[in-house]
Design a protein around this ligand. Structure first.
Ligand code: NAI
Ligand code: MG
Length: 478
C-alpha cells in the first residue's frame, strides 16, 4: 500500500518518438548531409538526444536557392485552392501525429507534456487549418488590391513554442503563395525536423518549405541573403534590433515579434479565486518562457493581502518536475543559458530590496530547474520590474486607482500584452482603451486563437501574426 496517497507519477510513454542519431538540413525536399553538427539535449536530464546541423553560409544559400526555384517553378502559380489542399493535409497529419510531436516537444524543450499536448499541438494544427481557409480567398480578404506573394520568406523562431512558432510562420506564408526557409532555435530543433516528415507525407512540392538548423550565425545568413524577400523573426529585442539595422534600406519586408513585460491587473471587484488561477497561468505557464507572460502583477491595494495569501497557497500545489509526467505543472528551464539569466535577475531583485517567496519543492538534481518564484515589495525601478526575465518569476506591485494602474502598466519599454480582472465591463473597456499593449485579456490570460491577431507596440516589435492581419506581411499589393 502506498504510504502517501497524494501523488503517483503518470509518465507519458516516450517510445512513440523515434529519434535518428543525426539530422541534416531539409533542402529541396531532401536531407542535405551537414558539414558541421552539434548535439541537442533534453534540458530536463541533460541527456544527448541527437546530432543536428549547424548550417554554414553555403548550406543556407542552397536552401534559399531551393525555395526560389520552387517559387518560380509553380508554387506561386498553382491554383490557390490547390495550395489550400496541401495545408489542410499538413494540419490533419499534425493532428494524427500529435502525441508523437507532443512527446518530442517536451523531450527537447522541457515543457510539461500537459501543455504540449493540450496547447502547442492543437494550436499548431489549428493555425494550418485556419490559413488553409484563406489561401483561395485572398481577393476577398483584400478587395481591389490584387494581393501577390512576395517570394522567399526567411523565418527565424525561438525555443519557447518551437512547433507552434513554426506554424505561426509557415502557415500564413504558404497561404499567401510564398516559399520558406525556416530556422528553429538551436536548443529546440527536433520538432521542426520531424515536421519535414509531415511535409513529405503531405507531398508538398520539394523546396516550398526548407528547414536549416543552427544558432545565431545561421540566422544572420538567412537575414543577409539576397535571395530572401521577407524576414520574419521572433526572439529577443536585442537580436530584433540588429536585424532591423541590417535590413534598413534593403527593401526586404520585415516583421518582428520581440519581448514583453506584461501587466496583469487585478481590481478589487474581481473574482479572486479565478484571478489567482489567471495569475498562475499568466506567469508559470511554460515556465514563464512566454513573451506575453503576465510577469508584473498589479494588485489593487485594498485586496493585496488576500491575493498574495491565496497565491502563495496555490503555489505550494504546483508540481515541478519531469516534463513527461502528465501531472507536471512546471517543467524544465529550456537551457543552461536561460537558467543563468533567470538566476542573475532574481539575485538582482533580492539585492535591490524585494522580498522573495518560493514554495517548498524538491528540484531534480540533473537538468535545468527553477522554482516558481514571487517577489513582493517591488519598486517600479527594480530590474525585476523592468526587464524581461522569461522564467517562472512574478513581481508584485500595487495601485490605488484605475489611472494609476494604467500609468504603471504602461511604464515599460514593451507593449505586447496585458490582463485586466474586474467584474465591471465598463472598467475593462476603459482600461483596454488606455493600455498600450497588442493584446488585452479580460478575466483570462494567455488565450490564443489563430483568428486573432497577435503582436506588439514599442520594443515588443511590429507586424501582426494570426488572423487576417497575419497575411498582410506576406503579400504585396498593386
Ligand atoms: P535570441 O533572440 O538570440 O534567439 C531567437 C532566435 O534567433 C533563435 O533561433 C536564434 O538562433 C536566432 N538568432 C540569434 N542571434 C541571431 C542573429 N544575430 N541574427 C539572426 N538570428 C539570430 O534569443 P535567446 O538568446 O534564445 O534568448 C534571450 C532572451 O530573449 C530570453 O531570455 C528572452 O528574454 C528573449 N526571448 C524572447 C522570445 C519571444 O518569444 N519574444 C523568444 C526567445 C527569447
Ligand atoms: Mg541570443
Amino acid at each position: 500500500m502506498p504510504s502517501d496517497w497524494t501523488y503517483a507519477p503518470a509518465p507519458e510513454a516516450r517510445d512513440i518518438v523515434t529519434l535518428r542519431e543525426r539530422y541534416g538540413h531539409f533542402v529541396g525536399g531532401e536531407w542535405l548531409e551537414p558539414k558541421e553538427t552539434y548535439t541537442t539535449i533534453s534540458p530536463a536530464t541533460e541527456e544527448p538526444l541527437a546530432e543536428v546541423g549547424q548550417a554554414t553560409p553555403e548550406e543556407v544559400a542552397a536552401a534559399v536557392t531551393a525555395a526560389r526555384t520552387a517559387f518560380d517553378n509553380g508554387w506561386s502559380e498553382i491554383a490557390p485552392s490547390e495550395r489550400a489542399k496541401y495545408m489542410f493535409r499538413i494540419a490533419r497529419i499534425l493532428q494524427e501525429r500529435s502525441r508523437e510531436f507532443a512527446v518530442l516537444e517536451s523531450l527537447n524543450g522541457g515543457k510539461p507534456i500537459k501543455e504540449s499536448r493540450d496547447v502547442d499541438l492543437p494550436l499548431a494544427a489549428a493555425h494550418f487549418f485556419y490559413y488553409a481557409g484563406w489561401a483561395d480567398k485572398l481577393e476577398y480578404a483584400f478587395p481591389n488590391q490584387r494581393p501577390r506573394p512576395l517570394g522567399v520568406a526567411g523565418q527565424i523562431i525561438p525555443w519557447n513554442f518551437p512547433l507552434l512558432m513554426l506554424a505561426w510562420k509557415i502557415a500564413p506564408a504558404l497561404a499567401a503563395g510564398n516559399t520558406v526557409v525556416l530556422k528553429p532555435a538551436e536548443t529546440t530543433p527536433l520538432s521542426a525536423l520531424l515536421f519535414c516528415d509531415v511535409l513529405r507525407q503531405a507531398e508538398l512540392p520539394p523546396g516550398v518549405v526548407n528547414i536549416v538548423t543552427g544558432d545565431g550565425r545561421t540566422g544572420v545568413e538567412i537575414v543577409k541573403s539576397n535571395g530572401v524577400d521577407k524576414v520574419a523573426f521572433t526572439g529577443s529585442t536585442e537580436v530584433g534590433k540588429s536585424i532591423q539595422r541590417e535590413l534598413a534600406g534593403s527593401g526586404k519586408k520585415l516583421t518582428l515579434e520581440l519581448g514583453g513585460k506584461a501587466a496583469n491587473i487585478i481590481f478589487d471587484d474581481a473574482a479572486l479565486d479565478q484571478a489567482v488561477e489567471g495569475i498562475v497561468n499568466g506567469i508559470y505557464f511554460n515556465q514563464g518562457h512566454v513573451c506575453c507572460a503576465g510577469s508584473r502583477l498589479l494588485v489593487q491595494e485594498s485586496i493585496y493581502e488576500p491575493v498574495v495569501d491565496k497565491l502563495k497557497r496555490r503555489l505550494t500545489t504546483l508540481r515541478v518536475g519531469d516534463p513527461l509526467d502528465k501531472n507536471t505543472d512546471v517543467g524544465a528551464i529550456n537551457s543552461k543559458q536561460q537558467l543563468e539569466k533567470i538566476q542573475e535577475l532574481v539575485s538582482s531583485g533580492a539585492e535591490e530590496g524585494a522580498e522573495i517567496y518560493q514554495p517548498p519543492c524538491r528540484l531534480p538534481e540533473k537538468g535545468y530547474w527553477f522554482a516558481p518564484t514571487v517577489f513582493t515589495n517591488v519598486a517600479q525601478s527594480y530590474r525585476i520590474a523592468q526587464e524581461e526575465i522569461f522564467g517562472p518569476v512574478l513581481s508584485i506591485l500595487t495601485f490605488r486607482t484605475p489611472e494609476e494602474a494604467v500609468e504603471k502598466a504602461n511604464n515599460t519599454p514593451y507593449g505586447l500584452s496585458a490582463g485586466v480582472w474586474s467584474e465591471k465591463g465598463s472598467r475593462i473597456l476603459w482600461m483596454a482603451e488606455r493600455l498600450r499593449a497588442g493584446v488585452v485579456w479580460a478575466n483570462t490570460y494567455n488565450r490564443f486563437d489563430p483568428t486573432s491577431p497577435f503582436g506588439g507596440y514599442k520594443e515588443s516589435g511590429f507586424g501582426r501574426e494570426g488572423g487576417l492581419h497575419g497575411l498582410e506581411p506576406y503579400l504585396s499589393f498593386e
